[in-house]
Design a protein around this ligand. Structure first.
Ligand code: HH2
Length: 280
């Protein structure tokens, strides 16, 4: 049985791993660009991820890979128009991956229940008020700069402390806009304005982010740092490295995992959960 929204929002307390399947309705995403741009292929992939044990699905219509160009809100809605309403009928929670309030509003009206904003409300602060009005859970992610330029020369003195402080500040901004802090989820933004060493230090330091008292989401799936460590150039061949990162993050206290490869992640998380229970 997929988890309810309430169970997802309490997952950090119960140590229940939540598997979030990625559905990129884009022509240019870094690992699966174009594969699910066709609405029928996108819905079929969503169905498959649910069958493989996804607890929720994250739909996006804009690639945020390093160097990518922004996609206007109208174009994002056009890309999702046929797909999102069908995916919302599959029986799992659906989040909308966008930085624009207009796209999030359309998606919530069409059946999505969670807002995933990689700009944490900085691109379009109206997205915070929208989440507040709708009582929608909100994912706040750390990013240094913006996708176009974020990998130019990222610098931190203490990456874990700086990301934690940024997320604390965005949690406060969301609360000031009326969002219930019990409905917020935070995310260190693996690969968003970070070098290899920053990504690894953040994955090793997830415990510190858990001090914020809300569920921590980690999206390491197939990302470039795995290729940098292993030499694997093809993102689709990085499932094992992605699993290692997700398992390590779970052991550090993260509870939500945004992944392309749902079946192996589900299997690994089920086993980890049973082992962790014995230790508790
Ligand atoms: N990563 C990507 C997109 N959205 N959202 C959250 N909360 N956390 C992440 O780590 C995250 C995210 C980038 O990955 P992907 O969607 O696979 O690629 P692209 O941006 O090229 O579509």
């Amino acid at each position: 049985m997929p988890l309810s929204l309430e169970e997802i929002l309490r997952s950090h307390h119960t140590r229940t791993p939540v598997v979030m399947g990625i559905l990129n309705v884009t022509p240019d995403s870094f690992s699966d660009g174009g594969e699910f741009f066709d609405p029928a292929a996108a819905v079929a992939h969503a169905r498959q991820m649910v069958a493989e044990g996804a607890d929720m699905l994250d739909l996006g219509a804009e690639s945020t890979r390093p160097g990518s160009d922004a996609v206007a809100p109208d174009e994002q809605i056009a890309r999702l128009q046929e797909v999102l309403p069908q995916v919302c009928r599959l029986g799992v929670a659906v989040s909308i991956d966008t930085t624009w309030a207009a796209v999030a509003r359309w998606a919530l009206d069409a059946g999505a229940t969670v807002v995933n904003d990689v700009s944490a409300g900085r691109q379009d602060p109206a997205i915070l008020t929208l989440a507040a009005e709708r009582g929608a859970p909100l994912i706040l992610m750390h990013m240094l700069g913006e996708p176009k330029t974020m990998q130019a020369d990222p610098h931190y003195d203490d990456v874990v402390a700086e990301v934690r402080d940024f997320l604390a500040e965005r949690l406060a901004a969301a609360e000031a806009a009326g969002v219930d802090p019990r409905k917020c989820i935070v995310d260190p933004g693996i690969g968003f304005g970070k070098r290899l060493e920053h990504n690894l230090t953040l994955l090793a330091g997830v415990e510190t982010l858990c001090e914020l008292g809300v569920p921590v989401l980690v999206g390491a799936s197939r990302k470039r740092f795995i290729g940098e460590i292993t030499g694997e150039q093809t993102p689709a061949n990085r499932a094992a490295g992605s699993l290692a990162a997700a398992c390590c993050a779970y052991l550090g206290g993260a509870s939500i995992f945004r992944v392309h490869d749902v079946a192996p992640t589900r299997q690994a998380m089920n086993v980890l959960r049973q082992i962790a229970r014995r230790g508790a």
